[in-house]
Design a protein around this ligand. Structure first.
Ligand SMILES: [Zn+2]
Length: 140
């Protein structure tokens, strides 16, 4: 459950800010008197779910885009081929579109290419597949 605790701590870091944003959104959408009489709970739910989708998709896009842009700083152990553990080249930037539990994520990411395996992959996928350590790798 370490992952859950870490996620909760991250959420708690910004909880007061997000709660302030929620109040501002209610002000902006409905004014100081709040929800207009006659608005159904389903209509309010639809607006809340729509805003949640915009927020999560934007957070995914921005966080992944920034990580991809920071790829020269990627740790050395994440810069190898998941198949042969040899160093790879990352010259090409490709668009990524991934369906996540929180919505669709879209960003640009340098594509890694292994000359030995003649295979391209995205470094962000490497974390799941590769268990190599720096000592395991072969440096040509
Ligand atoms: Zn390889």
């Amino acid at each position: 459950m370490a992952g859950t605790e870490k996620t909760t701590a991250k959420v708690d870091e910004v909880r007061p800010y997000v709660e302030g944003v929620a109040k501002n959104l209610v002000d902006k959408l409905y004014g100081p008197a709040g929800l207009p009489w006659g608005t159904t709970l389903t209509e309010l739910e639809d607006v809340c779910l729509g805003i949640r989708a915009v927020l999560t998709e934007k957070m995914l896009d921005v966080a992944l885009e920034r990580q991809a842009a920071d790829h020269p700083q990627r740790p050395q152990e994440l810069g190898c081929c998941p198949q042969c553990q040899r160093p790879v080249v990352c010259d090409d930037v490709e668009p990524r579109l991934v369906q996540t539990r929180a919505g669709e994520a879209e960003w640009l990411e340098p594509q890694a290419y292994c000359r030995s395996c003649r295979q391209a992959f995205f470094p962000s996928e490497h974390v799941k597949k590769c268990s190599c350590t720096p000592a395991d790798r072969f440096f040509p």
